[in-house]
Design a protein around this ligand. Structure first.
Ligand code: 3HC
Length: 290
């Protein structure tokens, strides 16, 4: 199957990543259904679409008819059945809970057409942890987008031992149709490419903060102005979610048993306090005014 043959995409999860992945699919011309068990989350996703598209038109980045067509192509539903029953390609982007993902993959396997690819946007769970919940392991892979998904060009496609090469090729092809520059991982590895590199940067930044060497603001300022990164590691953690940083480190620790892999004291403190970054209005920075 080629990406041109994909008529319908289902994006499961309308959170931080899912709502933008779904909109990217609709903007690229695919009939897209965005599904979430939370009505509130769906309303937020729809609200984002309704302000984002006119904003793009006002900026001259999109024609009015393109914006209208994208909005018409994107539907929101609480029903997994409705989202996936005609889908040729499913991208799961629910919270990083392995049991939940397994359950969703098993349900999707019973709902989606037999030819449909089931991809996960997980930041760290390799798809071989999910493939066994389905009767179509050859059609299961990782397709990992970056935040904000409408902007960031990279998509990591991971071909697990169970993934058919054609499935990985289709995911790469689809990513290109979404205007992305995908990269292919020929082996499963924890953290894939980008989060492995990013983790080293964040760990070092947290060490420098935790040991009182410099403030979060100054560490961010240094990384932006000395290394040319678009934002420093603390602003980036606020964008991607400190809850995610916590879970990534905990998962790594569970895997290795190495205490050095545990989340840093600052991350634990912020996680427990519910200061998860932009999504909660406060993280390393305060967003309550915005
Ligand atoms: N949603 C959608 N679009 C957004 C956006 C958002 N949240 N924030 C910014 N944009 C768009 C703007 O509309 C603008 O688009 P245009 O140029 O086409 O008009 C463009 O991005 C630039 O926006 P701004 O001028 O307002 O702001 P910046 O130039 O500061 O860019 C940024 C913002 C794109 C977020 C930039 O700071 C950046 O690239 N930061 C690094 C992000 C990053 O590293 N992401 C990867 C995180 S790791 C990850 O996601 C993995 C996961 O597993 C944790």
């Amino acid at each position: 199957m080629k990406a041109e043959a994909i008529k319908k995409i289902a994006v499961i999860g309308a959170g931080n990543m899912g709502h933008q992945i779904a909109l990217a699919c609709a903007l690229a011309g695919f009939g897209t259904s965005c599904c979430d068990a939370s009505r509130e989350q769906l309303q937020k996703a729809e609200g984002f679409m309704k302000s984002y598209l006119p904003g793009r038109v006002a900026k001259g980045k999109l024609k009015e008819e393109e914006a209208r067509a994208a909005a018409e192509r994107l539907t929101f539903t609480e029903s997994l059945e409705e989202a996936a029953r005609e889908a040729d390609f499913v991208i799961e982007a629910v919270t990083e809970n392995l049991e939940l993902k397994r359950e969703i993959f098993a349900r999707l396997d019973g709902i989606a057409p037999a030819h449909a690819v089931l991809a996960t946007n997980s930041s760290f769970f390799v798809s071989s942890l999910l493939a066994g919940s389905t009767r179509r392991p050859a059609l299961v892979c990782n397709m990992h987008f970056f935040n904000p998904a409408l902007v960031m060009k990279c998509v990591e496609v991971v071909q697990g031992p169970h993934t058919a090469p054609e499935t990985a090729a289709l995911a790469m092809d689809l990513a290109r149709k979404l205007g992305k520059e995908p990269v292919l991982l020929k082996k499963e590895i924890y953290g894939f490419l980008v989060n492995r590199i990013l983790a080293r940067i964040s760990e070092e930044a947290l060490f420098l903060l935790d040991t009182g060497v410099a403030s979060a603001e100054d560490i961010d300022r240094a990384v932006v102005n000395a290394l040319g990164h678009p934002m420093g590691p603390f602003r980036l953690m606020d964008l991607t979610g400190i809850d995610l940083s916590y879970h990534i480190a905990m998962e790594r620790y569970r895997e290795t048993g190495n205490p050095l892999d545990k989340p840093s004291p600052t991350v634990v403190e912020k996680y427990v306090r519910g200061e998860w970054g932009r999504k909660t209005g406060r993280g390393f920075y305060d967003y309550s005014e915005k």
